[in-house]
Design a protein around this ligand. Sequence first.
Ligand code: HEC
Length: 100
Amino acid sequence: MMAATLFATFEPKRQGAIISFLDNNSTNFDGLSELENLVKRIGPPKWPWTIDAALAARGNAIFERDSAEGGCGGCHGIEDGEQRFPFVKTWRTPVENVGT
Ligand code: HEC
């Protein structure tokens, strides 16, 4: 495992119509890439106890409600996002102020 650096110098510079993101950038791209690959593999945590099917069904009903009705799936549901690269899927990530 490679040591990860938490902070980096990052000073993007406008060069005419182009913004150079690599100008004066100390980001540890190897470490960042290793962490991103780990996040892809790690998955959600497993519920360590026996799942109560009746309670899970009640929770699922809440999850599936509209956001305006207190549901969760509108923001936490996993849906395909825009196709940005060939053969690479993205997640739809809504951008909104949720007041946190
Ligand atoms: C309007 C969008 C939206 C809705 C609807 C929503 N969430 Fe979230 N939720 C967020 C965002 C954005 C964050 C991250 C907030 C932050 O880090 O400040 C979050 C964070 C969380 C977290 C913390 C996750 C973590 O790893 O710390 C939990 C748990 C959670 N939401 C559960 C729910 C549940 C349960 C519902 C439905 C009852 C719900 N959310 C509905 C947007 C939403």
